[in-house]
Structure formats: structure tokens, C-alpha cells
Design a protein. Sequence first.
Length: 249
Amino acid sequence: MWDDILVQVADGVHLVHGSNTNWVVLSEGESVTLVDCGYPGDRDLLFASLERLGHTPGSVSAVLVTHAHNDHIGNAEYLSRTYGTPVHAHEAEVPHARREFLHQVGVGRVLRNIWRPGVAPWAVHSIRAGGLKDSRVTEPVPFPHPAEPLDLPGRPVPLHTPGHTGGHCAYALPGAGILVSGDALVSGHPTTRRRGPQLLPAMFDHDRERARASLDIIGRFEGDTLLPGHGPVHRGPIEEAARLARDRA
């Protein structure tokens, strides 16, 4: 089971496949940085993945938010309230995480696309996993110095990649050539049969043109390993992955 769920990408870097969404664990000694944290319904799996790596929820130094959709922040507020874990996001995503507004596909748009293969099963799963719950983060914290390494396990570097949401952020691990891309660049999704580097289906993006433009930002990263918010690890030059996604968009 765990061989399919918990993927070691490099020393101290693991991608975890939750229920239709991924999170990343950056380990350094006894401390951990979590990049995203799944649906609310993924909590047991989230904690089990930490335990599998020898950590506890109290080991989490911070949760880094790629973007504030429920399938990515579903356990952030729980960690914050229970363990005092800080939750960090790009300054443009902070009000979104507090739910001052919502950059997320609406029920009406989902229903208009329900005929598409995979959309109905995805919608049912999303509801069951807590996709419609109030997962707002009460006190999200913006990065102190955007685009600089964070003083956290893994030393991730925030990379503002708006479009999917206004404050979407990828995280670069330059020394390892790894990019945690969130939903700015994925390698699969339950609502599409396409595999490999791609944008999500257009209905999920708040601003499709900005999402396309952010592929240029991603393509400038000199690395060869992509850890997406949905789909498997993609290996190969990030520049080529971004170009392929742009051509497919």
C-alpha cells in the first residue's frame, strides 16, 4: 500500500498521494515542513504518512499553502489550533485562506460540466472528503521575504504562480532540482484522461490567462523533478514540462 502512496523523491523529500490530491513532506531531523495537507477527510492518512516517516503532527514546523482550496488546506486550521502550527501563504492568498473571497469553481459550473468523463465521480468524492466544508484558516501568515528561502525544513523558496488562484504559489528546492508546483502545473487529474504535464481543466482556474502566463515562470526553474498537486511525480526538465503544458492548454 505505502509504496503507491508515499514516494521518496530525494533525501528528506516525499510526495504523498492522498485522495485525489497530493501533499509534500520535507523532513529535516525531527522537524517537518508540510506543503499542503489534503482534504479534511484525508486527516488520518496525513497523520499516518507523517508517522510512516517517523514524525508526529507536533513535528510539523509549518504548513505551506500552494493555494487555499479545500483539497489542499483541509487540515491546516486543525494543525494550527491543535498544535500551534503556523500556516504560511503568499500575501495575495492570505485573504483567500481566510475566506474573505473564494477563487474556486462553483457548483453551477461543475453541474454544467457534469457530462464530462470523470467529473461526476470527482464531485461525489470531493463532497464526501469535505470539499464543501468551511476549511478557512483563521490566522494565515504571509511570507516574510517572498522569493527567498524560508527558514524551515527543506529551505523551500516560494514562487508566485497566479492564475489557478490569485495568490497561488509553487515552492522550489533549488539544490535538489525539485519544484512543488501545486495546481499551477499538474500531471493528471480525475476529471481528465490526459496524462503528463498539463494545466487543470479550465473550469478550475480563476484566471486562465494568468495560469498560462505562470507556466513561463515555472519554465525558468532549472530543475528536473516536478511534484504536482495532482498526478504522479514527473521527471524531466521543468522547462520542457511547462512548454508541453502550454502547448496543450
